[in-house]
Design a binder for this molecule. Sequence first.
Ligand SMILES: Cc1ncc(COP(=O)(O)O)c(C=O)c1O
Length: 388
Amino acid sequence: MPLHTGRHFLQIPGPTNVPDRVLAAIAQPTIDHRGPEFAELGREVLAELPEVFGTTQPVVVYPGSGTGAWEAALVNTLSPGDTVLAFETGHFALLWKAMASALGLEVRSVPTDWRHGVDSEAVESILSEDTTHEIKAVCVVHNETSTGVTSRVGDVRRAMDAAGHPALLLVDTISSLASIDYRHDEWGVDVTVGGSQKGLMLPPGLGFNAVSDKALAASRDASLPKSYWDWEPILAANLNGFWPYTPATNLLYGLKTALEMLKEEGLPQVFARHQRHAAATRAAVEAWGLEVLCADEREHSGSLTAVLVPEGVDADEVRRVILDRFDMSLGTGLGRLAGTVFRIGHLGHFNDLTLAGTLSGVQMGLQLAGVKIDPSGVAAALTVLEQQ
Ligand SMILES: Cc1ncc(COP(=O)(O)O)c(C=O)c1O
């Protein structure tokens, strides 16, 4: 690896850059997780966290990755042989679907072209035909991190209501939480799955389930095997600010600080900032003469942009040049998108000049890798940033 000066540019769509204020909070001495000081921290974090999900209902916090929180959502609400409806909107949707099968669920799966989000008309027609209510849950990835497409969860809810179907709605917000507008209560979501390492500006290591009353009721009859992920003992211990096992004490310090920072900025402003940076990024991509993978402008992601490279170009070679020359990490193409896209993360602890630096690195890297582009992309993005 060449020697680089200055800070590494971590512009993958998560894990994201952790603010110094959060790092300083995490660096505090670890305390007794069964003592009074911890109880205060636990109660405070558990009281503040639901707002980020757009809910007043409880959020279960696990020491674990997002994948663990996926599993928690399934095993707490479903029983062996239950049918779930899944939409193959991208790499992460496929992984969640595979997990459901591995856990002994029947998966009814709807393919997509990976350039569009969940088709709410399909949701309505499939659920309307399911008159015996075989389908117990609908699984949706809100923001597909592999494609940069954001599904319209409010429309999915309306489709479920129009079909008059009682299935649970399970939504993955791992790359949209605290960066793209999300409303657990208003959209009638039953379990929202989240993680710490993206919009929340924390290191990886925490997984979340925001849980509706309907999901809690379902959990009382659900018979998939569960132990570590079982909501019940965690929610009981949480009443006093504790966990039934050793929680990730220092990440909770960080979470408290991250929640303070989000509150200071205001969630509507956080969402608007992400949309603005996404719009400036798309202006750059368009000016370069390249194509954004997301094919529906209503579904452009606020947290990342997946860029298609021209035929014959290896997107990973472009990423390699950018890492070598400018010490910047970009997201790779996942699954069937390997080699054909690179992903620019513009979420979390991020501002106009971080975006300007990021896009400058991408523009220079594309040219150095021999990709034929119009070098007016950065200027187009700056014009968007100047205007708004
Ligand atoms: C949308 C989405 N779902 C699930 C996951 C899996 O989360 P983790 O890697 O924290 O287990 C990711 C990870 O990037 C993701 O982006």
